[in-house]
Design a protein around this ligand. Sequence first.
Ligand code: BG6
Length: 467
Amino acid sequence: LIQSFPKGFLWSASTSAYQFEGAYLEDGKALSIVDVNINSKFADTSITSDHYHRLEEDVSLMKELGLKAYRFSISWPRVLPKGRGPINEKGFAFYDRLIALLKQHDIEPIVTLYHFDLPLALQEEYGGWGNRQIVEDFEYYVRTVMRRYANDIKYWLTINEQSNMFLLPYLLEFDPKIDKQKQKYQMNHYMTLAHAKAVMACRELCPKAKIGPALGVSPNYPLTSNPKDILASRYADDFRTYFFLDLYVKGVYRDSVLNYLKEHDIEPDIHEQDMLLIKEAKSDFIALNYYQSSTVKYTQAQESKEIVVNDEGKKGSTQSEVLAGYYEVVDNPHLEKNDWDWYIDPIGLRITLKDIHERYQLPLMITENGIGVIEELSGTLELNDDYRIDYYQSHLEQCLYAINEGVELIAYSPWSFMDLLSTTSGFRKRYGFVYVDRSDEDLRTLDRYKKKSFYWYQSVINQNRII
Ligand code: BG6
């Protein structure tokens, strides 16, 4: 195995606005749907890691880590508090400073345009992603951002985890009067159009830049060699991964999913021009968020079930998804999992990279990968997160195998640069290379401490190889 990564490989780390910035009502920012809908069970969402007030210190840490790139998201309600209309100059000023600092330190910004944080104003006004109006408003937001940063940004990510917004029950708001499945597929259609509008805006406003989606992916293994389980695994791949990638890359609705939508009478409202736009707006690369694999078996269940997420960190409390007649998600006896029932499966990453490369023939980026753990500083203010080093080491090794076998992997951006608010579980579930001194209940000093993995990643970047 060749140990080195390609020349110019983008060693990065990731965050997202609502999980990292804090200042959720400061300098003219308005609330987003995630500010109010999730996590309040564990920690309030107003301060998070206080990055907004510690920008210089945090970028210095990125520089010290040796990052070649940094993935962050722009908060739509920070720059356009009402979702459209007048811009909030103070909100933009924050991103102006961030981008200037990154450039000053030769860190390439990788910008996510949408990371779950729809302006609450648009949800209240017309139902957010449930209304076709969202496509126009998203385009206005994207064009506003792209015009401002046309010369600064080489890599744009459109929508974070369209697939998971779909899968997880709490990232979107639904109208209780309409069938939920029908709404989900309709919202998905509008998101796909919004993504396509962003791609076209990029072609026009930032012709030298590259743009693509950031999808949450897991391979779906069959539980046994029973052909019914094999079929279940293929369908799970269709519904959870290829459905989205076929739309982004090929511009088509996958037949198996379309058939399901027709049979259940939940086809979205698709206009003829929609498909022309979606087809025209081809992505330049595919960005993947990979945490774990999934295992499925055939099911005779008559009723589908949504996943019930284990947000407390009590092992074994996840209630898995069932798609009636197609598949049921089950335990994998061959893999270890963390307290939140997330499987640790580095080989699954190689399988995913190879598979997506072979199907879509596009450059790939890993925009999230990591392990969430409950952690506390020791008495000497150290944190020996060897488990995180092992996790990254083993996943990077699989990336190298994939690269050696022809996968064009251009970036690795683990989750997360620093501890931040977890989407499911507040501050107790930590992912960072840098520890933030706070808990769910107590803000403490919010000071930053480098974990052992920080120094490990620093050497990896420095040597451009796993060590
Ligand atoms: C991804 C999201 O789903 O996984 C992040 O893009 C999220 O926003 C990350 O935080 C880890 O998930 P969690 O629930 O453990 O924070």
